[in-house]
Each structure stands twice: as structure tokens, then as C-alpha cells.
Design a protein around this ligand. Sequence first.
Ligand code: CTP
Ligand code: MG
Length: 235
Amino acid sequence: MAAQTVAVVLAGGVGQRVGSPVPKQLIEVGGRPILAHAIAAFDAHPGIGEVLVVMTPGHVPTAAALAAPFSKVTGVIEGGDTRTGSTVAALGALAGHPGDTRVLFHDAARPFVDAPVIDRVLAALETHEAVAVGVPSSDTIVMVEDGLVASMPPRASLCRFQTPQGFRLATVRAAYDLALADPGLRATDDCGIVHRYLPDVPIRVVEGSERNLKVTHPLDVVVAEHLAGTAGAPD
Ligand code: CTP
Ligand code: MG
């Protein structure tokens, strides 16, 4: 039997930088909440068997109502104080799943993840235990310390990470077990945890999409509203 594939939609944040009265994943773009767009992308994908939603404490009933029409959603659970905490909550909910399960962690704040991006992650998971999605950086990115340029990595070798990030469940579990035992734990995403705690695991990077933006600042809501009406437009 082929391994199961679970998409975890991480919606446990509050969206402080957007500054809306409700968590940003509940803001409507193109007539439906950002979270519903993200769930729909995975629910509709034939390679995904199950969708787990992790929601901000206090908003679980809202997310459950919003997820109800999607047949692959098997749970809506409460997230943690940090994104890492929300991933840990998801791993807890998946404790009964076999180690060869494939798990994709996706930021709910990225409503326009599309089937080709999900396809590329799933294909790479056939040969790799960890997969990230990246897009080339059009800006030069430099390391700054104390207001001065400390180093300038060559732009051609830099990319911006998006989600979903895909893993063999046993691998990401092992990385988090090590991470949780580390009092100095710091990470912004799940690949960061695998890279830091299981440095020998190669992380395959596949191509993302410019449309797959993360709604982070108020301007992104305006851009997302526009993108919601432009399906099929070029990247
Ligand atoms: N996230 C989560 N649990 C948290 C924090 C974040 O599941 N405790 C999720 C967010 O809901 C989002 C994704 O992780 O879909 C990426 O995080 P980010 O863009 O930083 O969202 P927020 O933390 O909500 O925004 P902010 O940092 O501006 O408060
Ligand atoms: Mg955040």
C-alpha cells in the first residue's frame, strides 16, 4: 500500500504584523477566508489523503466550521504559542500514523499554493526525506550586523523559502524530538529544525511560485485580493 500523505495547514498564529482584529488567516480575499483557500488546495489534490488544520486558540470552532465542507479534513486542533509549537501539536495529533507517512506542513497564510507546487513536493518526497519549496531572490540579500554589511552571499545561490515543506514523518519526528530537548531551540520553519538537528539529512529544494506569497503585512492583503481574481495569470 502506498504511504499515506497528510497536509498540515498551520493557522495557529494571530497575524500581528497585518494588525487585523481577527487572525489574518480569517481575512476574506476573493470572497472566502485565506484559510479556506489553503485548505481547498490540499483537499482538491489527488495526492493528499488527509488534511489537519492547526488553529489559533479561541478560534478552533470558527476554523472547524470553515473546514466542514472539505471532505479530507480529519481534525482541527489548537496550535501553540509559536509556529514551532503548532507543528509540535500537529505531530502529537499524528502520533498514531506510521513513520513512512508523508507530511506536508503549509502556512495557512499562503492561500495561493497550487497543484504544480504540491506535485513537485510530492514527487521529490519519493526520493528524499525532506523537501523545501524555494523561489529565486530578485533582491540582493546581505547579512547585516550592527548596521553594517557583514557578508554578501552570491545572489544566484540564494533562494526564498515558501511552504509546503514535506517530510517523511519519522524524520521530522526525530528532528523535533531532538529540538524539544534543546533549551536553545530557535527556528522559523520545519526545514530549519531538520537542518539543525539532523544535518546529515539532505533537504531537496523544488521550485515554488511567486503567487504562493505569504500574507504578512497589510499590503499583502491588497495583493492577495488582486491575485484571487487572476487565477491562471503568469507568475
Ligand atoms: N503559525 C502557527 N502557530 C503560531 C504562529 C504561526 O500555526 N503560533 C502559522 C501562521 O498562522 C501562519 C504561518 O504559521 O500561517 C506563518 O507564520 P506567520 O506568517 O508569522 O503568521 P503569524 O505568526 O500569524 O503572523 P505574525 O508573525 O505577524 O504575528
Ligand atoms: Mg509569526
